[in-house]
Design a binder for this molecule. Structure first.
Ligand code: HEM
Length: 133
């Protein structure tokens, strides 16, 4: 039963997988990560910068020193301090920040997580289309 009836289905499944793989490798819009010389900061280090005088956060595997931005944040200082020394990617996304807010991040960028701790970016991996640079 398995071999005769399942064969066309398996073949179709195989062809579909091949098609997906082809799109993955031929898609001109697919960018991949390469090694760079950015400063690498691990999660443990970030956790020490968790107060109003020294505040780091992580968004999309990137580390930002926002100490000087705390007072300027249109959403207030408290929401930032609640997340000081931690990953705020989902909070940042969830509050629907504008592209101007995303661009503003660059000013505070100080480094990235080691690849072993990254969950959004990987060397050789696909860059999600909605991930800010
Ligand atoms: C460095 C990181 C951040 C930057 C550069 C930033 C920037 C901004 C900017 C420019 C706005 C004005 C509206 C807009 O343009 O989208 C804003 C609003 C806001 N942000 Fe942030 N933000 C950051 C992190 C966060 C985080 C982590 C949270 C939540 C935990 C948050 C919560 C809010 C809220 C609730 C507002 C709305 C304020 C209102 O409309 O009254 N922000 N932010």
């Amino acid at each position: 039963m398995t071999s005769v009836e399942a064969t066309p289905q398996l073949a179709r499944g195989g062809l579909f997988a091949l098609g997906l793989a082809a799109v993955r490798f031929r898609n001109p819009w697919t960018k991949t990560y390469t090694e760079t010389k950015e400063r690498v900061i691990n999660l443990e280090e970030v956790t020490w910068h968790d107060n109003a005088n020294d505040c780091w956060i992580i968004i999309y595997d990137r580390v930002y020193d926002i100490t000087k931005f705390l007072q300027q944040h249109p959403g207030g200082m408290d929401v930032l301090l609640e997340n000081a020394g931690r990953d705020v990617t989902l909070a940042f996304r969830g509050t629907g920040h504008s592209s101007a807010a995303v661009d503003a991040l660059q000013k505070y960028y100080i480094g990235r997580l080691p690849w072993s701790e990254c969950i959004y970016r990987k060397p050789g991996g696909i860059i999600l289309s909605n991930l800010p640079e």
